[in-house]
Ligand binder design. Structure first.
Ligand SMILES: Nc1ncnc2c1ncn2[C@@H]1O[C@H](COP(=O)(O)OP(=O)(O)OP(=O)(O)O)[C@@H](O)[C@H]1O
Ligand SMILES: Nc1nc2c(c(=O)[nH]1)N=C(CO)CN2
Length: 172
């Protein structure tokens, strides 16, 4: 059965918009149908590494027949295609600079936890750079197990997010 999922994209190395756009094309090649993109936002770094270049972030609405672990595999394969160092590998820096980050934010109504995957994404309700584009695509969204996305956004202080450009092209 096909499900709707939301993916969070981020880039702060190289041509950030080009990287986000290329990610859409790469997702199609991994059996992920890209239905819609939010605007592209420029956002201040959040997390354990604050002294790095600002990110470009966007959220995609996608449709796929892949299960949760397979969809995570697709996200990781796309990151790998950009030459990214993945968690567990030499040179990996948690929250550090990266040409592309693809996070699986939500998969339908699923609440799921395994060694390598938590759904909804652990940080989906604490990051403005995720919630602003997510609400642009899905106003009124409820995050399974956590309530309205808009309420979560209202609880966040700081974390600058400004529109940097129009939505990504979503065709294959
Ligand atoms: N919903 C999820 N989406 C993506 N990765 C997840 C998810 N839940 C757990 N993970 C795990 O998190 C690991 C680290 O992910 P990643 O390299 O993107 O971390 P990060 O971008 O530095 O930090 P963050 O996870 O806070 O965004 C992945 O290898 C993956 O196994
Ligand atoms: N603004 C912003 N900050 C981040 C981002 C990101 O995509 N945008 N990704 C990170 C690694 O997951 C860490 N910090």
């Amino acid at each position: 059965m096909n499900e709707i999922a939301y993916l969070g994209l981020g880039s702060n190395v190289g041509d950030r918009r080009v990287n986000l756009q290329a990610t859409v094309e790469c997702l199609w090649a991994h059996d992920v149908v890209v239905l819609a993109s939010s605007s592209v936002y420029e956002t201040e770094p959040v997390g354990e590494v604050l002294d790095q270049r600002a990110f470009f972030n966007a959220v995609l609405r996608v449709e796929t027949a892949l299960g949760p672990e397979q969809l995570l595999d697709a996200c990781k394969a796309v990151e790998r295609a950009f030459g990214r160092t993945l968690a567990g590998e030499d040179g990996y820096v948690k929250h550090g600079p990266r040409p592309i980050d693809v996070d699986l934010l939500l998969l339908g109504e699923l609440e799921y936890s395994s060694e390598r995957l938590v759904l909804p994404h652990r940080e989906v309700t604490s990051r403005r750079f995720v919630l602003v584009p997510l609400l642009e695509l899905a106003p009124g969204l409820m995050v399974p197990g956590r309530g309205p996305a808009a309420d979560a956004l209202a609880r966040i202080d700081g974390q600058d997010v400004v529109v940097a450009g129009p939505p990504l092209e979503v065709g294959p």
